[in-house]
Ligand binder design. Structure first.
Ligand code: SF4
Length: 358
């Protein structure tokens, strides 16, 4: 019996091979199809020029490629681009593309990918968190964000290549673990985008089972924790996930991750004026991490309507970071990108939704 086939973008070469074998094709074609899709980022079967015509036709007729539909794109003065995509069922997600100029080597391009439509965690400072949760993305939809940007860019400029991936867009990656893991296998495959594991970062708001599973993977993918405050009560106010997975347990899980992997954890700390930006906060933070090494990224919060979160003054941002550095922590102010567009997670999607409803 021929089983129904999921979109090809979410499958490894051997999986494609075993599906097409059921239709009477040679399994080695799976590798060819995989390379066309994942490395060349083609969107149509007729672009796969070394495949037999019949196989190309079958791929088209069965609608196995399913590119995302671009609904909107914003371009910032600093070159950051934000994409709003429509999925097959009409739901929308966002992706941010951040090119960084390099003089010597190839240009670095970081994509910030979404992993869910909306997010169930409801962080107060986040536009996505205010939209609620709809569903998980499939690995094919996660890859689609990389492949369709690559396709579009290569139409404009030949040698475009995504070099870094951060899973920090819409959604909590640890709540869609299997599809994120599959997406990482596809992104790092040598016949595909071949992105190095060390160039991929998965961010979590503190989902302990996910952190524990991540520590057991035996890979070199980076882990980032969205911490934002060291005060448990305050964290529960801004990040309700703290009630389910209390800060103490999250930090213990992160420490076990460090002990097991010896890989330095990235800690994201969004500085909110008058909330978590005092020198005392910096001192408590330094005390928490003085025994195991982390890399602290201090980010001025991107104000979201209705959240009440205000950006700190430049001076308090500097003082906060210097206090951490003075106490021996590796802390940097994260370079801000796309401040003149709706670059914060979920802003473009909610803006479009508001327009639809208004
Ligand atoms: S910050 Fe991340 S985890 Fe929190 S609501 Fe937004 S998308 Fe979800």
């Amino acid at each position: 019996m021929v089983s129904s086939m999921p979109p090809l973008r979410g499958l490894l070469p051997e999986e494609i091979g075993s599906y097409i074998q059921q239709w009477g094709h040679k399994p080695y074609r799976g590798k060819q199809i995989f390379t066309w899709i994942q490395s060349q980022a083609v969107q149509r079967a007729d672009e796969m020029t070394d495949l037999p015509k019949g196989l190309r036709q079958e791929i088209e007729e069965r609608k196995l490629l399913q590119p995302l539909r671009r609904k909107a794109k914003q371009i910032s003065r600093d070159g950051t681009e934000k994409y709003l995509w429509e999925l097959g069922d009409g739901e929308c997600i966002e992706t941010v593309c951040m090119p960084y100029e390099r003089r010597q080597s190839r240009q670095r391009v970081t994509l910030c990918l979404s992993t869910q439509v909306g997010c169930p965690l409801g962080c107060k400072f986040c536009a996505t968190g205010q939209q609620g949760f709809t569903r998980n993305l499939t690995a094919a939809e996660i890859l689609g964000q990389v492949l369709d940007i690559t396709y579009e860019k290569r139409l404009e400029k030949q040698d475009f290549k995504v070099t870094n991936i951060v899973f920090m867009g819409m959604g909590e990656p640890m709540l869609n673990y299997d599809e994120v893991k599959k997406a990482i296998a596809l992104l790092t495959h040598p016949q595909g985008q071949a992105i190095g594991q060390r160039r991929i970062t998965v961010s979590t708001a503190g989902v302990v089972p996910g952190i524990e599973r991540f520590a057991e993977e035996g890979w070199e993918v980076n882990l980032a924790l969205s911490l934002h405050t060291i005060d448990p009560a305050l964290r529960s106010t801004w990040m309700p996930v703290n009630d389910r997975y209390p800060l103490k347990e999250v930090l213990e899980a992160c420490k076990r991750y460090w002990e097991k992997t010896r890989r330095r954890l990235s800690v994201e700390y969004a500085l909110i004026a008058g909330v978590n930006d005092s020198l005392e906060d910096a001192q408590k933070l330094a005390k928490t991490f003085h025994q195991w090494p982390v890399h602290l990224n201090i980010i001025p919060v991107n104000p979201v309507q209705s959240s009440g979160a205000l950006r700190p003054a430049k001076e308090s941002l500097q003082k906060f970071t210097q206090e951490l550095q003075r106490r021996g922590l590796e802390a940097v102010v994260r370079e801000e990108r796309g401040t003149d567009i709706d670059a914060a997670c979920g802003q473009l999607r909610s803006q479009k939704q508001n327009k639809k409803e208004g």
